[in-house]
Ligand binder design. Structure first.
Ligand SMILES: Cc1cc2nc3c(=O)[nH]c(=O)nc-3n(C[C@H](O)[C@H](O)[C@H](O)COP(=O)(O)OP(=O)(O)OC[C@H]3O[C@@H](n4cnc5c(N)ncnc54)[C@H](O)[C@@H]3O)c2cc1C
Ligand code: SF4
Length: 316
């Protein structure tokens, strides 16, 4: 591991200001960042530990939704009574990820920003545009079973590995931030994660130094909430494909898919076909899919996983 300096932030704006220093990074639960530092994929020169900022409460909003502090742990969020009752898809998605120990440390903000699990991103001997811009993409023409089938580019075909993000997308969450000048922003989750284009190392629309302070959920939308995750092992594995669905009694609803793109994948236009079943939804959802030979199985897998989610919701 490369040497680095460390500070504990006491104030959000001061933390954001400190993060404009070249090579500085925020440290939350550390379950992703510290792993990447140990193998020198991430090499920050300064860590700003933000966990003392007391952004660890879940509160009702005036609009009838919930405001989740950036450092609420994944365990606390999944277990919260209001989340389990009104946003069940979020609770189910979180417990489908990682392990109990990891979820005790992992935070809401850190989960939103966890890096890809593309194997070449982790191997510093291999070319990777995300790790080293301009170096090439070893996954294109390489081993790509886990990787993206839609929204990818000629520069990167990585996926966003988070389960939580898929549920946040289907719930239309909003990411709240503060910047080094103290200005706050509310970024709809649809506009938060980016597609790779020719800058796959820029994964979100956050600006330098911008600190996530909370994630807000709108008023509950009702319906039956389902999270289906298909993976190589029954637990402790990232999704090959996952589906977050909210299905209403009349068959209408919302759906977002994980494991298929650089961001949680939702195409609102596809949702009009929900009452007609999974095949009709998938046709629009993945209309622009460009799978590789290794991962073309994901296209029918999305349809089958969505069919299972819809059927589960209808029989609940
Ligand atoms: C073995 C293993 C298995 C896993 N399996 C799964 C799984 O199946 N599904 C799943 O979804 N996840 C899985 N995870 C990932 C886990 O969910 C993430 O590591 C965790 O959510 C990251 O949260 P953290 O608080 O530890 O983030 P950190 O590691 O502390 O930070 C992650 C990133 O977020 C940045 N950051 C943190 N807080 C802020 C903030 N407030 N504002 C701006 N930037 C910030 C950091 O600078 C860093 O770049 C797994 C992890 C491991 C190690
Ligand atoms: S897919 Fe993206 S993360 Fe993987 S090697 Fe290519 S550029 Fe790197």
């Amino acid at each position: 591991m490369k040497p680095f300096t460390y500070e504990r932030a006491r104030d959000a704006v001061a933390a954001a200001r400190a993060a404009t220093r070249p090579g500085a990074k925020f440290l939350a639960g550390g379950t992703n960042l510290l792993d990447l530092m140990k193998i020198e994929v991430e090499t920050p020169t300064h860590l700003i530990d933000v966990q003392d900022l007391k952004l660890d409460r879940i509160e009702k909003t005036r609009e009838g939704g919930l405001r989740i502090g950036a450092f609420v742990t994944n365990t606390a969020l999944a277990a919260d009574e209001r989340v389990r009752r009104d946003y069940g898809v979020l609770s189910r998605a979180i417990v489908a990820g990682a392990s109990g120990q990891l979820r005790n440390k992992a935070t809401t903000a850190g989960n939103l920003l966890q890096r890809t699990r593309c194997p070449y991103f982790y191997d510093t001997n291999m070319a990777c545009n995300k790790r080293k811009p301009g170096s090439g993409c070893s996954a294109i023409g390489g081993y790509s079973r886990q990787l993206a089938v839609v929204g990818s580019s000629d520069h990167c075909i990585a996926t966003n590995p988070s389960d939580m993000n898929v549920a946040m997308r289907v719930l239309d969450a909003v990411v709240e931030t503060v910047n080094p000048e103290g200005r706050t922003r509310a970024i709809p989750i649809a506009a938060f994660h980016r597609l790779p284009g020719n800058t796959p190392h820029i994964e979100t629309t956050l600006e330098p130094g911008e600190l996530i302070t909370a994630v807000t959920l709108p008023r509950p939308v009702g319906g039956t909430h389902v999270y289906e995750k298909v993976r190589d092992r029954a637990s402790y594995a990232f999704a090959l494909v996952s589906v977050a669905a909210v299905v209403q009694k009349d068959g209408s609803g919302r759906v977002a898919v994980g494991g298929v793109a650089h961001k949680p994948w939702r195409v609102e236009a596809a949702e009009a076909a929900m009452p007609n079943g999974a095949k009709a939804v998938t046709a629009t959802l993945l209309a622009d899919a460009r799978p590789t030979r290794d991962n073309e199985f994901k296209v029918p897998l999305v349809e089958r996983t969505l069919a299972a989610a819809i059927s589960q919701a209808r029989t609940a």
